[in-house]
Design a protein around this ligand. Sequence first.
Ligand code: ADP
Length: 344
Amino acid sequence: RLLSLFQFPFGRRLPCDIYWHGVSFHDNDIFSGQVNKFPGMTEMVRKITLSRAVRTMQDLFPLEYNFYPRSWILPEEFPLFVDEVRMMKDSDPSWKPTFIVKPDGGCQGDGIYLIKDPSDIRLTGSIQSRPAVVQEYICKPLLVDKLKFDIRLYVLLKSLEPLEIYIAKDGLSRFCTEPYQEPTLKNLHQVFMHLTNYSLNIHSGNFIHSDNVNTGSKRTFSSILCRLSSRGADVKKLWSDIISLVIKTIIALTPELKVYYQADIPAGKPGPTCFQILGFDILLMKNLKPMLLEVNANPSMRIEHEQELSPGVFENVPSPVDEEVKVAVIRDTLRLVDPQKNKR
Ligand code: ADP
């Protein structure tokens, strides 16, 4: 079936079946059709709000929600952080933790740093006023080719009520560009070793753009699964753990999302329905347990990357790995929300 696509950079002039907003839900004059963003999603997945929402569930169901690192909200929970770490160290003197500090609202590794002791938090000056999350650093990630990597999975939240969630079968694996070592005071500052962000590692001389989806600094998640499976790993169990991580995370966000939804789209009044593609960032531990790092409400759908042709001269070139994964995500999303199909 043919799809008519219109771009409205200066405001919409036509009623549509599907409204594809670039950043977040904002229009209050849509009365029918579907919008690709939920009201309040951007707020709900910010580092502090996500942490709080998951913590509420961790307090109620500690075993079910053990896929999120222990976290504290700064600056308000700084004293609690200091106390709890001291208590845990007292009860287990062999515990030598590392923590990662992430500014709220930051992205692409911006402002992130590792510390060994709560007293290393940069609480002075302007940074103090900047809210942040500090969390236990996962010291033993699964390595492939001696490198740390994380997984970006694409999840379609098709409806809140009833809850309908789809997880794309393939995602991306984003690799560090320095061989991993467990954190020590000496290597704590080496971002290319500890942070998997594409936006950081792209600036390392070691970043490998590859046409082959099975090698390089960005690969398909399915290629990692193949590797793991050939090493004898239980890939089925891994998938089912990932699926429950995704579902439980969305369940943690649902109560507040419904409040936002009712405020913007009150029941009984004509309004659109919503769906949204979320980017889940997941880290696998050495024992293959998936841990949630963060959720992105506006994951990049770029299928090109910049290449430096000569010093200072950049060109956009196709990125086959991004294309393979992201085109399928958009295609399947459009199929799932297809208004004609829903009528049938
Ligand atoms: P950003 O939004 O800036 O990308 P993230 O929470 O995704 O922030 O963290 C950036 C990177 O830091 C992640 O991609 C991951 O490589 C690393 N990281 C984040 N949290 C942890 C953690 N608790 N343990 C180990 N590594 C982490």
